[in-house]
Design a protein around this ligand. Structure first.
Ligand SMILES: Cc1cc2nc3c(=O)[nH]c(=O)nc-3n(C[C@H](O)[C@H](O)[C@H](O)COP(=O)(O)O)c2cc1C
Ligand SMILES: Nc1ncnc2c1ncn2[C@@H]1O[C@H](COP(=O)(O)OP(=O)(O)O)[C@@H](O)[C@H]1O
Length: 315
């Protein structure tokens, strides 16, 4: 998968292509339906598939507040590649880009640079200044400029699958339901940093504390089962562990800062400070509690660890 930053990043000799356009945050099952349709068109026409995505999120520029990030750019690109994009063009969603009229957007991005033969979008796709363009408008321009436009029906499981819905489920702690819509568990990424040094000594459960990428969508406070993994696996070494994960302010210790920390089940010998890791959230175990004593917290953590082991199918 090739990455092109900005319209200038597209090679000048680029021939015709099938273009899928969207923010694609989460690369959820609905996004995948769009990519699958694009891959199908690419096969019919014998053309490569180019995904066009926006970063930062358009809402950051349009409303001043970006929604929590489900898939940081690197991860989004990796997934778009996995699901069939031959290249991804990342457009900075600037005031300039957002003030292009629908026809200017079509001409500058889709026609002049990408030589689109077919454009595939979600049926609710809007583009151009004040979101004035829709799929019908896209098809109209396509008739003039020589590309087809397909608006793919939103995949639904009762309600349409959207990034907004995934974010809402995560904030409620409904990580299994979010995983259903995503087609895989929600993942957060960050470097392992020092915490309050209580885990190993006081509680008997060392926890890797994550310094998350800014803007990350973090599940609501609670205890979760999931997986702790190295971003860059080391050959000949384990790089992925079943884990019990805590998201919250450590209320038993009157903590103020919200942390994401993961205990790799049945291990106490890992050296993870400074290492980039991911945490995948598979199932919710319970909410955060403020215990009256450390012993009560330890009893609860032991129970959590047993439940996580069962849920994750670890020995
Ligand atoms: C499985 C698990 C469950 C936890 N549950 C709670 C909880 O209910 N209440 C709480 O105050 N802290 C909870 N914690 C967080 C611990 O308080 C935290 O791991 C401990 O303070 C160590 O902090 P440190 O890593 O900064 O040293 C939990 C941690 C884990 C791994
Ligand atoms: N099973 C494990 N799960 C997570 N981290 C572990 C594990 N075993 C050892 N570690 C290491 O211990 C560190 C956490 O120790 P801890 O006593 O909780 O201190 P702190 O929270 O201050 O970093 C982790 O960052 C990691 O480097």
């Amino acid at each position: 998968m090739r990455r092109w930053d900005g319209l200038e990043g597209i090679p000048s000799g680029q021939g015709r292509s099938v273009v899928a356009v969207g923010v694609f945050d989460g690369v959820h099952r609905g996004h995948r339906a769009i990519l699958e349709a694009a891959v199908g068109r690419g096969r019919e026409l014998g053309l490569p598939v180019v995904a066009v995505t926006f970063d930062p999120h358009p809402r950051a520029v349009l409303t001043g507040t970006a929604p929590p990030v489900l898939t940081p750019l690197e991860r989004r690109l990796e997934l778009l590649g996995e699901y069939g994009a031959d290249a991804v063009c990342v457009l900075a969603f600037t005031k300039d880009l957002s003030s292009l009229t629908p026809e200017e957007f079509v001409r500058r991005v889709l026609v002049d640079r990408l030589h689109a033969a077919a454009v595939v979008v979600g049926e609710d796709f809007r583009f151009g200044h004040r979101a004035a363009g829709d799929v019908a408008a896209l098809a109209g321009f396509g008739a003039g400029y020589g590309f087809t436009a397909d608006g793919i029906a939103l995949v639904a499981d009762g309600d349409a699958i959207t990034s907004t819905r995934v974010r809402a489920l995560l904030s409620e702690g409904a990580v299994a339901e979010a995983a259903d819509l995503l087609g895989r568990p929600h993942r957060v990424e960050g470097e392992i940093v020092h915490g309050a040094a209580r885990g190993r000594e006081l509680l008997g459960f060392p926890t890797a504390n994550m310094d998350l990428l800014p803007g990350t969508a973090v599940p609501g406070d609670g205890v979760y089962a999931g997986w702790l993994s190295r971003v860059a696996p080391v050959a000949g070494h384990e790089s992925r562990w079943p884990a019990a994960i805590s998201v919250g302010t450590n209320p038993t210790f009157d903590g103020a800062e919200r942390t994401v920390e993961a205990y790799a089940l049945d291990r106490d010998d890992l050296e993870l400070y400074g290492v980039r890791m991911t945490v995948d959230f598979t199932a919710r175990i319970r909410g955060q509690e403020r215990f009256d004593s450390i012993d009560e917290l330890i009893v609860a953590m032991r129970r959590d660890v047993d439940l996580c082991r069962d849920v994750l199918g670890a020995a």
